[in-house]
Design a protein around this ligand. Structure first.
Ligand SMILES: [Zn+2]
Length: 464
């Protein structure tokens, strides 16, 4: 058994070797809290919730740090539009985001805010200046000098001369070279600012991730994660700042990138307006369905969001729940603690292979079909049923999917417990040969969409 991870830096799947045995440190680029989170924001959070669960399953102690960019151009603009302060705006939407994590059952990580870590950022900029990888422009801006870092482009595999000739590059008289990027932005009227040795101002966007990752995880840490759209220039700039500022190479040993979420053929984004917020989706479906939906695609592949596919996932989830509920009723209280070794091994192999949750879910559905075969058998064995239902529950549970009694589609307000009571009344009626009443109970339940099935072992029910 060895855990392999696709590393964007080497373009290869590698056996994961932690820096310290039994421990893994992960930094993930967070978001700029300036509006409600949409599916595109939540994909990485959910993928890494499952990845952290799998590291723990494999015995690792996991530390994961994620930033909130609570001061930048977008925050300043949005706060001005809403007529509130930047802190108030950023706090409102970071709380909003954390509430979404909670409703999706994602375990919190160590969240760090830029405005609470300005000294670490100032320190890294000072080191870059001292090592002559940065310069102060005449207005007080500080820029990173890309030409002083020969490894620039190693993550995205671009060469600096190609970048210059290929892209539309704005000529900025403050920069020595068009490729240079801002580490510090000199104060502008009406904007938040902090004192610095180069005059008052605020951090450029890229510097925060290098400074925060190194502050919380060490100068050279295990895994850096982020959306694929951040690969260039953001992640390239992070490497340049982190390695040039400290001399410690590599800044991060493994780079992991999750795929984009698209809608209508384009990346889901606030600016395009083609997004669905987490709250909108959770108003229609339970969190488990959304989890199942996102995990059905490998974390590196893009997802083209389609509401029909979400509805389809809700139906699969219902099938899963129905089979387990029937199994519970038919297994006559047989408790099985073991899981099918065949399915477990396949499941573990899939997750060890770059956290392939899509293949792992395939194994869950294979175990489910074994369970359904046993349920449909003319001579069902309660122990076999318990064996497969425990397999399905344990495997899917390790992906953070709990099979609750909540209905995934068409909620009817009937709780499972109430239906069980009705079944018990019907049993009493039949025992006292009151068939009129027992049929009436069956028909009443049917009108509510609950179908009873009398089997040799007793009666089971399911929602139609
Ligand atoms: Zn970042």
């Amino acid at each position: 058994m060895s855990l392999t991870i696709y590393n964007t830096l080497t373009h290869d799947k590698e056996v994961f070797e932690p820096r310290e045995p039994g421990k893994v440190g992960i930094y993930a680029c967070g978001l700029t809290p300036q509006g409600p989170a949409h599916l595109g924001h939540m994909r990485g959070a959910l993928a890494f919730d499952v990845i952290r669960r799998w590291f723990k399953y494999r015995g690792y102690d996991v530390t994961m740090v994620q930033n909130f960019t609570d001061v930048d151009d977008k925050i300043i603009r949005k706060a001005a539009e809403e007529g509130i302060g930047t802190v108030e705006l950023a706090t409102r939407y970071s709380n909003n985001y954390l509430a979404d994590w909670n409703s999706l059952g994602i375990t919190p990580v160590e969240f760090v805010k830029v405005t609470e870590n300005i000294p670490a950022i100032l320190q890294l900029i000072a080191q870059l200046l001292e090592r002559e990888h940065a310069y102060v422009a005449e207005n007080g801006d500080v820029y990173f000098s890309v030409r002083t870092f020969p490894d620039y482009g190693k993550l995205s595999r671009r060469r600096s001369d190609e970048m210059e000739s290929g892209a539309r590059i704005e000529i900025d008289p403050l920069k020595r070279d068009p490729l240079d990027f801002a580490l510090w932005k000199a104060e502008r009227p009406g904007e938040p600012s902090w004192p610095s040795p180069w005059g008052p101002g605020r951090p450029g966007w890229h510097i925060e991730c290098s400074a925060l990752a190194q502050k919380f995880l060490g100068l050279s840490f295990d895994i850096h994660a982020g959306g694929i759209d951040l690969l260039f220039p953001h992640h390239e700039n992070e490497i340049a700042q982190g390695e040039a500022g400290t001399g410690c190479v590599p800044f991060a040993r493994v780079w992991m990138h999750w795929g984009s979420v698209n809608a209508g053929g384009e990346k889901m984004s606030k600016s395009l307006g083609n997004f669905f917020t987490i709250k909108e989706i959770l108003a229609e479906y339970p969190a488990q369905v959304l989890r199942l939906y996102l995990l059905s695609t490998h974390y590196r592949a893009p997802i083209d969001y389609a509401p029909e596919r979400l509805a389809e996932t809700a139906r699969s989830y219902d099938r899963l729940r129905k089979a387990l509920s029937t199994a519970d009723q038919m297994s006559n209280g047989a408790v099985v603690d073991t899981v099918s070794p065949l399915h477990l091994a396949k499941f573990e192999d899939s997750m060890d292979d770059d956290f392939n949750s899509a293949a792992a879910l395939g194994v869950v559905f294979e175990a489910l079909s074994e369970l359904n075969k046993e349920i449909a058998s003319p001579t069902p064995a309660p122990a076999e049923i318990a064996f497969y239902s425990s397999t399905v529950r344990k495997l899917i549970g390790s992906l953070g999917i709990e099979l609750t009694s909540q209905e995934a589609s068409a909620p009817d307000g009937l709780t499972d417990a109430l239906i069980e009571h009705a079944l018990a009344w019907r049993k009493l009626a039949r025992e006292s040969k009151n068939y009129g009443l027992s049929d009436r109970i069956r028909d009443d339940l049917k009108s509510l969409g609950i179908i009873l099935e009398d089997r040799p072992q007793g009666t089971t029910w399911q929602r139609s």
